[in-house]
Design a protein around this ligand. Structure first.
Ligand SMILES: [Zn+2]
Ligand SMILES: [Zn+2]
Length: 259
């Protein structure tokens, strides 16, 4: 069994709680420390109940709370090797472990996917516990066969749907920032996410959480409609055949259970 709670998701910060029968894992800690503690408290958890924090990459919207967290609680941190030294300079009492291709935390096996992103190194993670398989991939700039293959065995996925291309192009960001986001090392647009979903039709994926939405260059409706349009084109009914959620930046109440 796996329970997935996207606590905070978006350009301002990211943190997802992944629970199995035996462990509680935080996937990234990129939001305010107090806000994360409060969100956990609402779920009956304290910081000491967190078994490990696994980090995708070193951008602030993914690790912002690590210094404060590791000052209060020595939760072990797992991260890709190229960013471990950098993290060791920012954490206090915690040990930083290098992730390998596959590794275990309690009854959960994790594997990594190398993202295409303008970070020192960035990965997505797949979590497997018994028959339950969940993956989260955000902060990646291109759709590849490898990405589709990584997501195919999952029954639930959390996938970036960062921006609407037209909103971004018309919006107030500088030309260089627009170029960065649209590049193969930026973020997935709604249309790119729809491309991934198109390729996943017929796979095990039954729950999709659209995540890491830009506050300025996207809306929940645009992201949701873009994803549902591609499912409908294949004759699938959202809510019956596939459930689509949109993770929120500030207040995420949803918890997804995968048996
Ligand atoms: Zn990033
Ligand atoms: Zn990010």
């Amino acid at each position: 069994m796996l329970k997935i709670s996207p606590l905070f998701s978006g350009s301002k910060g990211n943190c997802t709680l992944v629970q199995s029968d035996k462990v509680n894992i935080l996937l990234d800690a990129g939001y305010g420390y107090r806000a994360i503690v409060n969100a956990l408290c609402e779920r009956g958890l304290e910081p000491k109940d967190i078994t490990a924090i696994v980090v995708t990459h070193e951008h602030t919207d993914h690790i912002g709370a690590l210094p404060m967290w590791t000052r209060h609680t020595a939760t072990p941190v797992y991260a890709p090797m190229p960013i471990c030294d950098l993290l060791r300079q920012r954490v206090y009492f915690s040990e930083v472990h290098e992730v390998t291709e596959d590794f275990d935390i309690g009854d959960v096996t994790l594997s990594t996917f190398e993202c295409s992103h303008d970070a020192v190194f960035c990965v997505g993670y797949k979590f497997t516990s018994g028959q339950s398989v969940f993956a989260c991939v955000t902060d990646t700039g291109c759709v590849t066969e490898d990405l589709v293959d990584f997501l195919t065995p999952c029954s639930a996925i959390m996938l970036e749907s960062n921006h609407d291309e037209d909103m971004l192009k018309r919006g107030e960001y500088s030309v260089s920032l627009k170029r960065r986001i649209l590049s193969p090392y930026g973020h997935l647009s709604n249309a790119q996410t729809a491309q991934v979903l198109d390729k996943l039709v017929g796979s095990h994926v039954k729950t999709v959480v659209l995540s890491h939405l830009s506050e300025k260059n996207n809306t929940r409706e645009l992201a949701f409609n873009s994803a549902v349009r591609v499912l409908t084109a294949h004759g699938l009914v959202e809510g019956r055949d596939v459930i689509v959620y949109v993770a929120e930046q500030y207040k995420n109440g949803v918890t997804i259970c995968i048996d």
